[in-house]
Design a protein around this ligand. Structure first.
Ligand code: C2E
Ligand code: CA
Ligand code: CA
Ligand code: CA
Length: 279
């Protein structure tokens, strides 16, 4: 670091310093969590708009540090930057498949298992083989596995690696969903270049659906486009009955959000599927 010069003020800018301190703190938290098996999962259901039937669970990462939840939106980008995401992803997937397999063993029908995968994780040498082994081990049918990827995972250095891994998985029946759809700047070209089965409309388009004519136009357009391309559409972040109704009329296929259920622990997911179930 420069001791004098025009950039010096940066080091004393309290905001910059706080950010650096938080980053270092978060890095220590991540390393500690890896060493002490502190990563956990929650399961958020999604359902069919038309029938209300349960369709699957999305796995969402959770990390508690001394009783304080650390949001995935802050620890996952840093884990990627530090090259830790493959290790963390492996831990999360083991727990997710285990939970899904347990529900099947209980005679329940958890249906689809949707997992978020960061670009970095595709670079793991045996990524596809590991997933296939997990599917077999827990008696989950490949058609019930959904890989959720964001657009940022599809661009940049690893595009080719990601595309190849996705193709290999799709050939075995695994589904691919394009996550946070609409938030990137080249969403449409990705539909052409990558074979996806689903799109997930980002919650930023759903929140103001009742008041915002622009959001309604956008959501209608995305659903129509997906229909023409033969893709199914999941709306995420659905919080109100009015939003559910609007999305149903617009032709959206699946709903996910607090209106239906927040992310759940395994025990709560079991009760969600079967309220009579005794723990
Ligand atoms: P995402 O994949 O777009 O997930 C949706 C986020 O919206 C989740 O936040 C979920 O808890 C939240 N959510 C669900 N329903 C509602 C609702 O009705 N209203 C509102 N306001 N929010 C709702 P979460 O769990 O904090 O995760 C944030 C992001 O972190 C995820 O966004 C995903 O990009 C990433 N992430 C989470 N778990 C994993 C993981 O295991 N691996 C990877 N690579 N990324 C993950
Ligand atoms: Ca997701
Ligand atoms: Ca999203
Ligand atoms: Ca996201």
């Amino acid at each position: 670091a420069k001791r004098d010069g025009r950039n010096q003020w940066c080091f004393f800018d309290p905001q910059v310093r706080r950010r650096l301190e938080y980053r270092n703190h978060l890095k220590a938290v991540l390393l500690h969590a890896l060493d002490n098996d502190r990563f956990d999962i929650t399961l958020q259901p999604y359902c069919c708009v038309r029938t209300g039937a349960h369709r699957g669970f999305e796995v969402l990462a959770r990390l508690d540090h001394d009783g304080v939840p650390v949001p995935p939106d802050s620890f996952i980008p840093l884990a990627e930057e530090l090259g830790l995401m493959s290790r963390i992803g492996r831990i999360l997937r083991a727990k997710a498949f285990e939970a899904h397999g347990r529900m099947i063993e209980m005679g329940l029908r958890p249906r689809e298992l949707a997992i978020n995968v960061a670009a970095q994780e595709f670079r793991e040498p045996a990524f596809v083989e590991t997933l296939q082994a997990l599917l077999r081990e827990h008696h989950i049918s490949p058609g019930d596995l959904v890989i959720e990827i964001t657009e940022t995972a599809l661009i940049g250095r690893s595009t080719d690696t990601v595309a190849k891994a996705l193709h290999r998985l799709q050939r075995t029946g695994v589904q691919v969903a394009l996550d946070d759809f609409g938030t990137g700047f080249s969403s449409l070209s990705h539909l052409k270049d990558f074979s996806v089965n689903k799109i997930k409309i980002d919650k930023s388009f759903i929140g103001d659906l009742e008041d915002d004519e622009g959001d309604r136009a956008l959501v209608d357009g995305l659903i129509m486009l997906a229909g023409r391309l033969g893709l199914s559409v999941v709306a995420e972040g659905v919080e109100t009955v009015a939003q559910m109704k609007y999305l149903g009329v617009a032709g959206c296929h699946y709903l996910q959000g607090f209106a239906l259920s927040p992310p759940l622990s395994l025990e709560a997911a079991v009760r969600f599927l079967d309220p009579r179930h005794e723990p």
